[in-house]
Design a protein around this ligand. Structure first.
Ligand SMILES: Nc1ncnc2c1ncn2[C@@H]1O[C@H](COP(=O)(O)OP(=O)(O)OP(=O)(O)O)[C@@H](O)[C@H]1O
Ligand SMILES: [Mg+2]
Length: 267
């Protein structure tokens, strides 16, 4: 047997074990389901017009369909990447899952606690310290005081902000806010972890730490990951499946390798 043969068998083995894992995950219960979901934004000419529209139906507006008749299912333990160009509708989908935004049509089913890292500063209080913000965010996620006390040391260590953990958030750089947000998200033991582009901020060392942590989380087959990134390599590292979106419409859904191939072939 040549070394190439053995390399091929190793790759085959890896592929087979991934396929068995993926099959098992597909048989797990559904934790997120979109049924014919659409989201239309109303675009008014000015903020004044938008405000007036609250009182009058006559104010003219244009519409923008950010998500168009989207259906998909996500099973417990799966990692799903949303892939698409700027404006494809990825963040809008994540916002609807977390309840920050609502669909105009269709139904969304979610089962489990969600920890979402959407926009870096969302859900933070600028005047409160890092430590106070940890408590605030965790309690917003539905954790009890006891549960929060338990995870605080892990969050503080992961964020690694030194004495800044007791300083108000307005004194943080954007990288520091990202560290805090990420530390909370990955250490709060959610059922569903949602990450929107957050890995692209922070320095190289912190990104490495985050990657390792997400990989650890994904080895625990109970946690479900929904992931948005423009780095196809990262998507491939973390996810089993991918959905390719263009202008709010799903063009492809399948294994992550095939999804990436599909996306690459259209670029
Ligand atoms: N609050 C809003 N009001 C009006 N239009 C919006 C709003 N939020 C998003 N859109 C529009 O909806 C479309 C989808 O936006 P979305 O932020 O979901 O894209 P995305 O795939 O996350 O893009 P990116 O890769 O740039 O983050 C875009 O055309 C965007 O301009
Ligand atoms: Mg986005």
């Amino acid at each position: 047997m040549t070394s190439q043969d053995s390399a091929e068998t190793a790759a085959d083995k890896l592929r087979k074990s991934r396929m068995t894992m993926a099959k098992k995950k597909k048989e797990a219960p559904v934790v997120v389901r979109f049924t014919n979901v659409s989201k239309e934004y109303k675009l008014y000419k000015t903020d004044r017009a938008r405000f007036k529209s609250l009182f009058s139906k006559k104010i003219p507006y244009k519409t923008k369909k950010a998500v168009n008749n989207l259906s998909f299912e996500l099973h417990r333990g799966e990692g799903l990447a949303l892939i698409g160009r700027n404006g494809a509708g990825k963040s809008t989908i994540l916002k609807m899952i977390t309840g920050v935004s609502f669909p105009t049509e269709g139904e969304i089913f979610v089962d489990g606690t969600i920890s979402a890292l959407l926009e870096l500063s969302s859900g933070f209080d600028r005047e409160a310290s890092g430590m106070e913000n940890i408590r605030l965010k965790c309690s917003l996620m539905g954790m009890s005081d006891e549960e929060i006390d338990k995870v605080i040391p892990e969050i503080v260590e992961f964020a690694d902000l030194g004495e800044y953990i007791d300083q108000p958030l307005r004194s943080y750089s954007s990288g520091m806010k990202a560290r805090l947000g990420f530390a909370i998200s990955v250490n709060s033991n959610p059922d569903i972890l949602i990450v929107d582009e957050a890995l692209s901020v922070g320095d190289k060392q912190f990104r490495k730490k985050c990657t390792k942590k997400v990989q650890e989380i994904m080895n625990d087959s109970k946690v479900t990951l929904l992931f948005v990134t423009h780095s196809l390599q990262t998507a491939q590292d973390f996810c089993d499946r991918g959905i390719v979106l263009e202008k709010g419409t799903k063009l492809f859904e399948g294994d992550i390798e095939e999804a990436i191939e599909f996306y690459d072939s259209r670029m």
